[in-house]
Write a protein that binds this ligand. Structure first.
Ligand SMILES: Cc1cc2nc3c(=O)[nH]c(=O)nc-3n(C[C@H](O)[C@H](O)[C@H](O)COP(=O)(O)O)c2cc1C
Length: 154
């Protein structure tokens, strides 16, 4: 996304294209590396411009069109899973840190699906990386073939 929008995202020009991509998609995968327990700055820019445009400025013609679309979050964390526990260094689980995104999905009446979370990317060797790639491919294919249920937002 940084390569696509090196100057940042323009709500009108880029927002129109991004909104059209979302509205044209049957399912949406939001893939990002966790940065400071949140989405990276470029994705926050995307949220601020594209979702604001769709949800607040054009709620009827754009925002409403997201209703019912399945959404899968695919996030990678540099730190190990054990750190994302009450007693761990990061104290909060990734599921807890993802609550703002889950609230956003809810806000658009989209359908929150199982997440794909890859931990410990700072320490992945070639074998672990290959396994993670295979797991991600399988998760994507389950997501892509799962039924779309009307009114399934949860
Ligand atoms: C600015 C910055 C902030 C980061 N913050 C976190 C963090 O809060 N938690 C974490 O587990 N990893 C954090 N990381 C590590 C990234 O999540 C990790 O490098 C990424 O998942 C690897 O995927 P990539 O190769 O696609 O960037 C951060 C990395 C950067 C550059």
């Amino acid at each position: 996304m940084t390569a696509l929008y090196p100057q940042g995202i323009d709500m009108d020009r880029d927002g129109e294209r991004e909104a059209a991509r979302l509205l044209g998609a049957e399912r949406i995968v939001l893939q990002f590396p966790m940065q400071w327990y949140s989405t990276p700055a470029v994705m926050k820019d995307w949220q601020d411009k594209v979702l604001t445009r769709m949800g607040y400025i054009r709620p009827d013609t754009e925002g409403a069109g997201l209703s019912g679309k399945p959404v899968m979050i695919a996030a990678s964390m540099g730190a190990a899973e054990a750190t994302y526990r009450r007693e761990g260094r990061n104290r909060f689980t990734v599921a807890e840190l993802l609550v703002p995104l889950r609230a956003t999905v809810n806000r658009f009446a989209m359908d929150w699906r199982d997440t794909f979370l890859l931990y410990g990317t700072a320490d992945l060797d070639a074998v672990a990386l290959a396994n993670a790639g295979r797991d991600y491919r399988d998760a994507l294919s389950r997501f892509a073939t799962s039924p779309i249920v009307a009114g399934a937002a949860r």
